[in-house]
Ligand binder design. Structure first.
Ligand code: C2E
Ligand code: MG
Ligand code: MG
Ligand code: MG
Length: 292
């Protein structure tokens, strides 16, 4: 256990420990309340942009929590708390349900939008996940091909054979699968070939270094070539500059996502953004949106 905790080991010796532990217990209690009442939880949506056309190819749903006292708490903080305290199953289900509801609301407004949902490896371990996903989609009447699940490469690699089994069962339901934060999880070529994923997302760290470091460019180039050879679509995450966009386009990256195009935004804003997609010049920009 000591080895797995790695760089975080020092926190066990810090005087702040009691405070940290207490804060986590408080957070899980408040998160439980939020789940029970549905208050304070929402999804924001960040577009994935088709590199060739500049059109919106879909969106990624990102969970937001407005804490009654603390204000906005980052998912980087509360998702691990939810995992640790056994809340991730319920939270993950809330996310899938809310995304499905939103997809139908958008369809009612004439907008057919693909939505990618992040899933935690803890969620994948729920034995009834596949049934529950099927139940939620059926209840809302959502066509499964509008749903993509994103799982990080490192999460997939925690138990590669278990991931493969669950992916295979999920794929049968008709949802698409995407490998998130790719390049940081050390998956093998033979493993990638076996996974029924249709998309990989190149980790932001590689995108960040694209302009300045030639090895980052070489890695991204190789990843795109390899992925295309395996029939996978490639998305670059964290695109913030036109220089990065230009290089990625040159290297044949299929889709891009990042603050350069749009920050995650509430559903109503996304709808405006997407419906004015035909005329990019008229598209309201939310680059500087306060929502994130
Ligand atoms: P992720 O799935 O890799 O999502 C991308 C994160 O990068 C998001 O942070 C997004 O706001 C941020 N981002 C997007 N474009 C840019 C950019 O150009 N520059 C920079 N610096 N950042 C950018 P966010 O929303 O704080 O989410 C963080 C992580 O929390 C996500 O990483 C995901 O792993 C997790 N997460 C979020 N929502 C959910 C959820 O519903 N379920 C689960 N299991 N995890 C979630
Ligand atoms: Mg993601
Ligand atoms: Mg990511
Ligand atoms: Mg990431």
């Amino acid at each position: 256990a000591a080895k797995r905790a790695g760089g975080n080991m020092h926190c066990f010796y810090e005087p702040g420990m009691d405070h940290d532990a207490e804060a986590a217990v408080e957070l899980q209690r408040d998160l439980r309340t939020a789940l029970e009442t549905g208050q304070g939880l929402s999804l924001h949506y960040q577009p994935k942009i088709d590199s060739a056309s500049g059109q919106i190819a879909g969106v990624e749903a990102l969970l937001r929590w407005q804490h009654p006292q603390r204000g906005a708490v980052s998912p980087v903080v509360f998702i691990p708390v939810a995992e640790r305290f056994g809340l991730i199953g319920a939270l993950g289900q809330w996310v899938i349900d809310e995304a499905a509801r939103q997809i139908q609301a958008w369809r009612g407004a004439g907008l057919s939008m693909r939505v990618a949902i992040n899933v935690s490896v803890h969620q994948l371990r729920q034995p009834d996940l596949v049934d529950r996903v099927g139940e939620i989609l059926a209840r809302h009447g959502v066509p499964p091909d509008l749903i993509t699940f994103e799982l990080t490469e490192s999460a997939a690699m925690e138990d590669p054979s278990a991931t493969l089994r669950i992916f295979e069962r999920l794929a049968v339901t008709g949802v698409a699968l995407s490998i998130d934060d790719f390049g940081t999880g050390y998956s093998s070529l033979s493993y990638l070939r076996k996974l029924p994923a249709s998309q990989i997302k190149i980790d932001r760290s590689f995108v960040q270094d694209l302009g300045s470091q030639s090895d980052a460019r070489a890695i991204v180039k190789a990843v795109i070539k390899l992925s295309h050879a395996l029939g996978l679509e490639v998305v670059a995450e964290g695109v913030e500059t036109v220089a990065q966009q230009d290089i990625l386009k040159q290297l044949g990256c299929d889709q891009m996502q990042g603050f350069l195009f749009a920050r995650p935004m509430p559903a109503t804003h996304l709808q405006l953004w997407a419906l004015s997609d035909e005329v990019p010049a008229n598209r309201p920009t939310f680059r500087d949106s306060v929502f994130n």
